[in-house]
Design a protein around this ligand. Structure first.
Ligand code: IPM
Ligand code: MG
Length: 358
């Protein structure tokens, strides 16, 4: 029995993970995978219930499961809280506790959605990139951090710090991924200003020697933000630190049409993988059956592939999503003005219908 911990979280998290779980239940049963689902709290929901965004028991439970399927965390209700107690801290803590240092965020364009992008179709055509984001280090976790007062002025600080082992292991994930794809790694940095980035340049180049079949190039992060708009289809694997990866993965997601389509996998040395849509909790549309569940459903496909070694059922889910889109079904984030959008549940139903027909 493979145990999967579902952490729906806040906002649209519960709606979209519900659809992803339904898809996993159907595909799992048909593929002879014995999946068992458990549910627990994270983020604002956990703050309300336990006074902390992630209870120790939930961490232990996650460790004992094969994989975690997560929705999203955060919302206006907790926006005024200090960073070390707010919902996002629960997400950061589970990533750290499970040592999920490698965050894979694939951004590929579904042909049926090319017109949903804000970029021209000929620019969007052929986008198929993978952002490999370092997830447990850098400025998100560096010490010292905090707020204080110096000479009567409020002051705050964060520290961007990486050691060479953290850089080497994420670089290796990027090169291995590129070896299975188009064989190109673009390392994104700010080495004209930051010592941390200069170390990344050195270490990534050292790791590259073990992967002679993969081409490496380096791109400044500001210039990369621009190139992703100018010629996104040119890039294969982008490897970068935690903060730059956070920013560029939202950009990469949006140019494919909608943030509502992008899945992610967070992997590490502990053996438990965590899967979550890249989009956030979208509190403005939460609880109204308006959310797009496809990023969560595609995250479930990544779970099958990476944690359960089940690439075929994963491919079935992706094919089902592709066909649903080809048939013209759209949630409101994707719908053109003349299209009637489907709700979250109805979109889940369409994916299930495709799966049972295939
Ligand atoms: C993401 C999110 C998180 C991050 C937030 C919610 C803490 O933006 O997964 O990209 O910054 O990592
Ligand atoms: Mg983000």
């Amino acid at each position: 029995m493979e145990r999967i911990l579902v952490l729906p979280g806040d906002g649209i998290g519960p709606e979209v993970t519900r659809e992803a779980q339904r898809v996993l239940e159907v595909v799992g049963a048909e593929s002879g995978l014995a999946l068992e689902f458990e549910e627990d709290l994270i983020g604002g929901a956990a703050i309300e219930a336990h006074g902390t965004p992630l209870a120790d028991e939930t961490v232990e439970r996650a460790r004992s499961c094969r994989a975690v399927l997560l929705g999203a965390v955060g919302g206006p209700r907790w926006d005024d809280m200090a960073v070390d107690v707010r919902p996002e801290k629960g997400l950061l803590r589970i990533r750290k506790e499970l040592e999920l240092f490698a965050n894979l965020r694939p951004a590929a364009v579904f042909p049926a959605l090319a017109s949903a992008s804000t970029l021209r179709p000929e620019v969007v055509d052929g986008i198929d990139l993978l952002v490999v984001r370092e997830l447990t280090g850098g400025i998100y976790f560096g010490e010292p951090r905090g707020r204080g007062e110096v000479d009567g002025l409020r002051e705050a600080r964060n520290t961007m710090v990486y050691d060479e082992s953290e850089i080497a292991r994420i670089a290796r994930v990027a090169f291995e991924s590129a070896g299975r794809r188009r064989g190109e790694v673009t390392h994104v940095h700010k080495a004209n200003v930051l010592e941390v980035s200069q170390l990344w340049m050195e270490v990534v180049a050292e790791v590259a020697r073990d992967f002679p079949e993969v081409r490496l190039d380096h791109q400044l992060v500001d210039s990369m933000a621009m190139l992703l708009l100018r010629e996104p289809a040119r890039y294969d694997v982008i490897v970068t630190g935690n903060l730059f990866g956070d920013i560029l993965s939202d950009e990469a997601a949006m140019i494919t049409g909608s943030l509502g389509m992008l899945p992610s996998a967070s992997l590490g040395e502990g053996g438990v993988g965590l899967y979550e849509p890249v989009h956030g909790s979208a509190p403005d549309i939460a609880g109204q059956d308006l959310a797009n569940p496809l990023a969560a459903i595609l995250s479930a496909a990544m779970l099958l592939e990476h944690s359960l070694d089940a690439p075929k059922p994963a491919a079935r889910i992706r094919d089902a999503v592709t066909r649903v889109l080809e048939e013209g079904h759209r949630t409101s984030d994707l719908a053109a003005p003349d299209q009637t959008p489907l709700g979250c549940r109805a979109m889940g139903d369409q994916v299930l219908a495709q799966l049972s027909g295939s």
